[in-house]
Design a protein around this ligand. Structure first.
Ligand code: NAD
Ligand code: USQ
Length: 393
């Protein structure tokens, strides 16, 4: 198939692009390298050194003897770029990772909240219009997030809810209660995409993905220059990835508040497989399909205790610390999310075992000299003091 990976320079997009290329698909990557700018802006670096996108692609081509097409451009601010790329490449599937992915980044201040929603919502809208113009039958596989649902006190279905009200029934998009301006941007995307399916007959799979952990895939392991951009800082690092790096540096594991926050999690290898399953089994024309893309549920404290146990068995001295929660979120709540659709399509999950954590610790130890401990403590609060009335911000 001809598969376009939007955001193919990122943590998940780069390994996904290599994976599809390895399976023999014709792959194109689009990226505006914005993540590299955001990293520089806040002063953080990935754990492993990451080559330029062009040199990663060349290295992949040398090693695999397969070609990846490259489009450098901004999908949110340059709609002509999106139209001409789709016109030229004529993708059958478009995997859309190209968004600002961090909740803390989006909660930093007005500018970053607006920039996040502008980038994410407009990028998806430009894609919808360009697709309608240039390749209306292509299937969009869109990375959404489990955080769109928030933590409701009822079971979380896969995207849709059958509702009975005053004696009548309907099937509605599942009600959303997200926890940051970033997560809200994904809700807005979902609504826009569902509208496109309903009105124009677009075919879309919205992947409500849980929190991803992991450093390596089969393709990144082929060469150091193919590594993916793994973060451990408080803005771009996700919780388990952060705990592993904290354990290696002897920093107490940063459990925010009580640590009862429960989320869906998955290994980066399962991200690749889930996206592949969605691409190979496309949505019907007019169908807005939602899959909950996670394999296991854990609370933050369960993850911290797991990392502590494994690290201790490897001779590391690791403490847990309940620090003041910088976020506004429930710390003790019901969470039961359905995730059967990928299993029905054939997903065999990589589960979070002691061995997986142990291997992540070993990789983090290899790169220990690059870890900057200053980047570990959170520095963005959800609820900051209201400015006095005569200060314009
Ligand atoms: P990432 O920041 O590493 O990758 C996103 C890529 O998109 C970056 O290379 C960035 O430069 C590019 N990009 C952003 N805006 C763009 C634009 N306007 N035009 C072109 N390129 C643009 O993020 P990631 O962790 O790989 O996440 C990928 C996607 O998956 C995101 O949409 C994220 O919200 C979603 N997601 C991630 C996780 C996770 O745990 N990492 C979990 C659930 C969902
Ligand atoms: N947390 C801690 N300590 C830390 C970091 C996080 O206790 O050091 C807690 C957070 O308060 C939160 C939970 O761990 O309750 C998850 O936080 P996270 O930073 O790992 O994940 P989140 O901000 O939700 O965002 C990440 C990705 C995002 C994706 C989302 C999936 O950055 O792109 O959409 O996971 S989900 O959470 O299912 O919405």
């Amino acid at each position: 198939m001809r598969i376009l990976v939007l955001g193919g320079d990122g943590y998940l997009g780069w390994p996904t692009a290599m994976y599809f290329s390895a399976q023999g698909h014709e792959v194109a990557i689009a990226d505006n390298l914005a993540k590299r700018y955001w990293e520089a802006e806040i002063g953080v670096e990935p754990l492993m050194p990451i080559r330029t996108l062009q040199s990663r692609v060349s290295r992949w081509e040398e090693i695999s003897n397969k070609h990846i097409n490259l489009f450098i451009g901004d999908i949110a601010e340059n709609h002509r770029f999106v139209y001409s790329m789709l016109e030229e490449f004529q993708p059958e599937a478009i995997v859309h990772f190209a968004e600002q992915p961090s909740a803390p980044y989006s909660m930093h201040d007005r500018e970053k909240a607006v920039a996040t929603q502008r980038n994410n919502v407009l990028g998806t809208m430009n894609l919808m219009f360009a697709l309608r113009h240039s390749c209306p039958d292509a299937h969009i596989v869109k990375l959404g997030t489990m955080g769109e649902y928030g933590t409701p006190n009822i079971d979380i279905e896969e995207g849709w809810l059958d509702v009975k009200h005053n004696g009548r029934k309907d099937r509605m998009l599942y009600p959303k209660k997200p926890g940051s301006f970033y997560h809200l941007s994904k809700v807005h995307d979902s609504h826009n995409l569902e509208f496109g399916c309903r009105i124009w007959g677009m075919r879309v799979t919205d992947l409500n993905q849980g929190v991803v952990y992991g450093i390596e895939t089969d393709e990144t392991l082929l060469d150091r220059d193919l590594s993916t951009s793994f973060h451990y800082d408080s803005i771009f690092g996700t919780v388990l990835n952060r705990f592993v790096v904290q354990a290696v540096t002897g920093t107490p594991l940063t459990v925010y508040g009580k640590g009862g926050q429960t989320r869906g999690f998955l290994n980066i290898r399962d991200t690749l497989r889930c996206v592949e399953l969605a691409v190979l089994n496309p949505a019907e024309s007019g169908e807005f399909r939602v899959f909950n893309q996670f394999t296991e549920q854990f609370s933050v404290i369960e993850l911290a205790e797991l990392v502590q146990k494994v690290a201790t068995s490897k001779g590391l001295d690791v403490e847990l610390e309940h620090i003041e929660n910088p976020r506004v979120e429930q710390e003790d709540h019901y969470f039961n999310a359905k995730n059967s659709k990928f299993v029905e399509l054939g997903l065999e999950p990589h589960l979070l075992t002691d061995e997986v954590v142990s291997h992540m610790i070993d990789v983090a130890i290899e790169h220990k000299e690059r870890i900057d401990k200053q980047l570990i403590l959170p520095n963005v609060k959800w609820c900051f003091p209201t400015p006095t009335r005569n200060i314009l911000v």
